[in-house]
Ligand binder design. Structure first.
Ligand SMILES: [Zn+2]
Ligand SMILES: [Zn+2]
Length: 124
């Protein structure tokens, strides 16, 4: 049968669509990163950077799962590691795919903060 959501072929006997389960799992992991954004922006929490050689840009390690990068790269074999406060200059040396996901998380963070500020405003 075909998955109604993504159209993948679900083998007979499988009760769930594996690509959908994997995507939901990954989205959950990315969703967990939002709680770290406030501390990252104040510099209280440094970001972990990893790459396999100097010829490559740095991947940004997930805060909750540092074995993986924001772009889903596996960082277990990345031998060059650094920690640094998050700055706009730092972004220049980072993996574009990582930054794209990080920016989404930051945008989520901003809208959550805005919603909090709004709900405080209506309570007054
Ligand atoms: Zn599916
Ligand atoms: Zn990356």
């Amino acid at each position: 049968m075909l998955c109604k959501k993504c159209g993948s072929v679900v083998p007979d006997g499988d009760l769930v669509c594996r690509p959908c389960v994997a995507r939901r799992g990954w989205e959950g992991i990315i969703g967990q990163q939002e709680v770290f954004m406030a501390k990252m922006l104040t510099g209280e929490l440094q970001i972990r950077l990893a790459r396999s050689s100097r010829a490559h840009p740095f991947h940004v390690a997930l805060f909750a799962n540092p074995g993986y990068a924001f772009c889903e790269a596996n960082l277990r074999h990345a031998s060059l590691r650094e920690q640094s406060p998050y700055t706009s200059g730092l972004r220049m040396g980072c993996c574009a795919a990582c930054l794209e996901v990080l920016d989404q998380v930051l945008a989520d963070h901003r809208s959550i903060e805005e919603a909090k500020a709004r709900s405080h405003g209506t309570q007054v």
